[in-house]
Design a protein around this ligand. Structure first.
Ligand SMILES: Cc1cc2nc3c(=O)[nH]c(=O)nc-3n(C[C@H](O)[C@H](O)[C@H](O)COP(=O)(O)OP(=O)(O)OC[C@H]3O[C@@H](n4cnc5c(N)ncnc54)[C@H](O)[C@@H]3O)c2cc1C
Length: 265
């Protein structure tokens, strides 16, 4: 690990200021991704700005038709929240399926969303549940947030403060879980809002994406058969040591169908 300066930010304004006045800073949330990256010398920040002591960045609330999860809320807290379980059980299930207990008790929603790991679970939740990512500067719609492999619409110096999920009529999340890490080889969130349906996929491509053909088909008829024959082109998907792009395309179809099956039974 290279040397760096370590700072505890007192509040969001203090973190924003420290991001501005340091040379090559990085925010530190749960450290579940960032610390291994530093240990492997894959990043060399001059300064780490720890968000852990900012109480205003922790907590969950239900505000009208939305569930608001503040950025430093851990996966374990989301999974155990009775408010989340009641309003969006699929989101509680998603958080409960991340990694292992150690990862769930350290990792945060803000860190996960900012990282945009292609195999992370939350991006499917953010996109499928039509969320808004709030930062210290603006609000970013889910559809505009994930822009590429480990890339988001966040600008340098921008801090995620909360994620605001729209409560669906019904939703379900399922993943083909990597047996070692728990990451999604493919994960699918299907959510229904009145006549509208959102189908969001993680794990398969460089970043989370929606499958409009499945959404259109489910809006006409919300039944497993509607998606059963919709094939996802493998061309833009990831192929790696875990599985081929073609197999990931197949898994998108299987898991979308299983989500709908779970919702209609
Ligand atoms: C063994 C293992 C298994 C895992 N399995 C899974 C899994 O099954 N599913 C899954 O989804 N994830 C999994 N993860 C990742 C885990 O969910 C982490 O929580 C997540 O990757 C990063 O969150 P963090 O809070 O640890 O962020 P950190 O590692 O602290 O930060 C990650 C990045 O986000 C930036 N950042 C952090 N907070 C903010 C903020 N508020 N605003 C802007 N930028 C910010 C940091 O600067 C850094 O670049 C796993 C991790 C490990 C180590």
């Amino acid at each position: 690990m290279h040397n760096f300066n370590y700072h505890h930010a007192a509040d969001i304004a203090d973190a924003a200021l420290k991001l501005k006045v340091t040379v090559e800073p990085k925010l530190l949330a749960g450290g579940m991704t960032l610390l291994p990256t530093l240990k492997n010398r894959l990043a060399q920040p001059s300064d780490l700005i720890d968000l852990a002591k900012i109480d205003g960045l922790k907590g969950i609330s239900v505000e009208g038709k939305e569930v608001v999860v503040k950025a430093m809320t851990t996966h374990a807290v989301v999974a155990a929240s009775t408010d989340v379980r009641k309003a969006i059980p699929a989101l509680a299930d998603l958080a409960d399926g991340i990694g292992d207990p150690a990862v769930r008790h350290r990792g945060t929603i803000g860190g996960s969303v900012a990282n945009s790991d292609p195999a992370a679970d939350y991006p499917a939740g953010v996109l499928g549940l039509d969320a808004v990512v709030e930062t210290n500067e603006r609000k970013i719609n889910a559809d505009d947030f994930f822009t590429g492999l480990f890339e988001t619409a966040l600008k340098p110096g921008e801090i995620i403060t909360a994620v605001r999920f729209k409560i669906p009529d019904r939703a379900h999340y399922m993943k083909f879980r990597h047996p070692a890490s728990g990451y999604a080889v493919v994960g699918v969130m299907v959510a229904q809002y009145g006549a509208k349906v959102r189908v969001a996929v993680t794990g398969a491509g460089p970043n989370a994406f929606r499958v409009r053909a499945m959404e259109d088909a489910l809006e006409k008829s919300f039944a497993p058969a509607s998606v059963a024959n919709i094939k996802i082109p493998a061309g833009d998907l990831l192929g790696d040591i875990h599985c081929s792009a073609e197999y990931r395309a197949h898994l998108v179809n299987v898991y979308a169908r299983r989500c709908v099956e779970a919702l209609v039974k």
